[in-house]
Design a binder for this molecule. Structure first.
Ligand code: PLP
Length: 364
């Protein structure tokens, strides 16, 4: 029995009739850009996130960039973020013209460590951008307190955390804005690229809507320098169908995580820490092992897929290393050396999850 890392087509086959008719309705309407499905999806996601508004964009990367630009971040500004994330987090900061400043992570949750972030604040720091890695929200209380104390803005890279909670509160219940990605492997998955920002108030939402549409509110009148970054209607229509099943899909992931936790607890692996403060949505189930590379090769031999998110932390990437000389981030380096993400997706099922555990038991 082979076990893949994911099965992106299963969510389609599960809801094929609904998704096909949603696609047909868009194609029939001829309204491919900024129509009804996007508006409705924005309302649905805002509601799910406890935010006042949602603004649909063409990717999670653009969501980060436009959120930065809308908050006036640009040349001369420093933005503190995690070095242990997908590259887009830092890329957006550089594209906005600002400088990413990396601080070490908390070794138990893999999220940016609030104390370490506070240590690197300078006179140029304007914002902190924590990442909700693997589906677990970064410490909202600690970061909000630091931001308030130092007068800093906050953007939360929640690309991996739709539906997560912190002290039973959803993403939009906190200061700052959250950015989401609907990349095909994310918990809420489009059939292509798509993203969204949760907006704080009507003015913020209006500014984001202008930025995504060539800096324009009214056709052919351009007030600010903008982008072409709209969420397209086909993706929105597909996402609206899948959104109705998100809670069920996230619950199925949580079931797999309980099974893994039970069956792996006596193995020489460090299991992912679940903060008592929050609800994890298990975008990834990531263990740590001192012999990670050998373990991964053995799993591969046994037909069990696994992945390293992320093998090279951002401060060691060729693009950023020159600006990070002498930067010592031991918990980040340790994580990059030891982490291994196991298959976890809504349709994995108990039989295949057991197979993953047997392969680990034979090799860990
Ligand atoms: C996926 C992801 C992004 C980028 O989202 P895209 O939709 O692929 O552009 C940004 N940050 C994190 C943490 C991600 O996982």
């Amino acid at each position: 029995m082979k076990v893949p890392l994911g099965e992106v087509t299963k969510q389609y086959h599960d809801n094929q009739v609904e998704i096909d008719s949603a696609i047909r309705a868009v194609v029939d309407s001829g309204q491919f850009i900024l129509g009804e499905p996007v508006k409705k999806l924005e309302r649905d996601i805002a509601e799910l996130s406890g935010a006042r508004f949602g603004v649909g964009l063409n990717s999670g990367t653009d969501a980060l960039l436009l959120a930065l630009v809308a908050d006036g971040i640009g040349p001369g500004d420093e933005v503190i973020t995690s070095p242990f994330t997908f590259v887009a987090t830092a890329e957006a900061i550089v594209l906005a013209g600002a400088k990413p400043v990396f601080a070490d992570i908390d070794p138990s949750t893999f999220n940016l460590c609030p104390e370490k972030a506070e240590d690197v604040i300078t006179a140029r720091t304007r914002m902190i951008m924590p990442v909700d890695l693997y589906g677990q929200m970064a410490d909202r209380d600690a970061f909000c307190a630091i931001a308030e104390k130092h007068g800093l803005k906050l953007i939360w890279d929640a690309a991996q955390a739709i539906g997560a909670r912190f002290q039973n509160k959803p993403l939009g219940a906190f200061p700052g804005s959250s950015t989401l990605s609907f990349y095909p492997t994310k918990n809420l998955a489009a059939a292509g690229d798509a993203g969204m920002i949760t907006a704080r108030d009507a003015r913020h939402a209006e500014r984001l809507r202008m930025l995504r549409h060539h800096g324009s509110r009214q056709s052919y009148l351009h007030e600010v320098l903008g982008y072409n970054s709209r969420l397209d209607e086909l993706q929105a229509a597909i996402l609206r169908v899948k959104l109705r099943h998100l809670e069920r899909f996230n619950a199925a992931r949580a079931e797999v995580s309980r099974l893994y936790r039970n069956l792996l607890k006596d193995l020489p692996l460090i299991l992912p820490a679940e903060s008592r403060q929050g609800k994890h949505i298990w975008h990834q189930f990531t263990v740590r092992s001192g012999k990670r590379d050998a373990l991964r090769a053995a799993l591969d031999q046994a037909g069990v897929a696994s992945m390293i998110y992320y093998p090279v932390p951002l401060h060691r990437q060729p693009l950023y290393a020159a600006n990070c000389a002498g930067l010592d981030l031991p918990s980040t380096d340790e994580a990059a050396r030891t982490v291994l993400s196991l298959p976890i997706f809504p349709h994995l099922g108990a039989a295949r999850a057991h197979r993953v555990c047997e392969a680990l038991r034979a090799n860990a």
